[in-house]
Design a protein around this ligand. Structure first.
Ligand SMILES: Cc1cc2nc3c(=O)[nH]c(=O)nc-3n(C[C@H](O)[C@H](O)[C@H](O)COP(=O)(O)OP(=O)(O)OC[C@H]3O[C@@H](n4cnc5c(N)ncnc54)[C@H](O)[C@@H]3O)c2cc1C
Length: 218
């Protein structure tokens, strides 16, 4: 009698959700294919520290293959999913390849939103990926450099003014870290500017902010 192959589970995404699903199935009699467009698992809660040059990328990201290397029932593929065909039980990749599945776990996360103010995207990138964090870091560090080169006082002050829109957890953390950079840059590194004079403005529409803490701690 021929043994039937164990069911094939495809997991899209190796963030917190996909990783938990993969690990939860470690002892199951299944074949797992884990797809992620990045080769690393990212600890998003500390991404703002990369954006403000407090941490390096390696401190918040780890190779997915390395994390799951001991899980014998799982194969990691770096691939971008372009679509899902539920009627054929197949996942379509952006290069045209298809991967059939018996069960599908979609853990591809969420994207950021400007809540109808898409024009802001030019000035304020999202903060979900390492690339986003590098982009923000480049903008922040460049602002200090441009201020140092500026002879006009008003223009210098403008370069040293940072506005963070939204005082949720990420906004508060980001604003606080920007203030820390300004305060802790050793005096003397810049000749024309005193980074301690930088202004960080945190804008929030609600009159109070509910951090993601349990109700008893609010
Ligand atoms: C700056 C920041 C700070 C945060 N701080 C906190 C905090 O303090 N506490 C807290 O509890 N939560 C925090 N969060 C939220 C938390 O990080 C997220 O809720 C969590 O990461 C979501 O996990 P996920 O697996 O759903 O998605 P993600 O972690 O976003 O993972 C999705 C994965 O899917 C992959 N992917 C997406 N699309 C495709 C595709 N088409 N093809 C292939 N792969 C794809 C991505 O590469 C990624 O690896 C924070 C988030 C951010 C951005």
């Amino acid at each position: 009698m021929q043994a039937t192959a164990p069911p094939h589970i495809v997991i899209i995404g190796c963030g917190f959700g996909g990783l938990a699903a993969a690990r939860g199935l470690a002892r199951a009699d299944v074949r797992i294919t884990l797809l992620d467009r990045a080769n690393h698992h990212l600890f998003q809660p500390l991404l703002y520290q990369v954006a403000t040059a407090g941490l390096s990328a390696a401190e918040v990201a780890a190779p997915i293959r390395h994390i799951l290397r001991r899980q014998r029932n799982l194969t990691v593929l770096m691939a971008e999913v372009a679509g899902i065909d539920p009627s054929r039980r197949a996942v379509a990749l952006d290069d045209g390849a298809r991967i059939a599945y018996d069960y599908l776990v979609v853990a591809s996360g969420a994207t950021h939103s400007y809540f109808g103010n898409d024009a802001w995207s030019r000035f304020a990138p999202g903060l979900k990926t390492l690339e986003d964090a590098f982009d923000i870091r480049r903008r922040v560090l460049t602002a200090f450099e441009r201020a140092e080169r500026e002879s006009d006082a008003a223009a210098r002050a403008a370069w040293l003014t940072f506005v963070v829109v939204g005082a949720g957890a990420t906004g508060v953390e980001l604003a606080g870290t920007l203030a820390e950079i300004a305060r802790h840059t050793p005096p003397g590194e810049f000749r024309r500017i005193d980074t301690r004079g930088a202004r960080v403005i945190l804008l929030e529409g609600a009159d109070r902010v509910l951090p993601p803490y349990p109700p008893e701690l609010r």
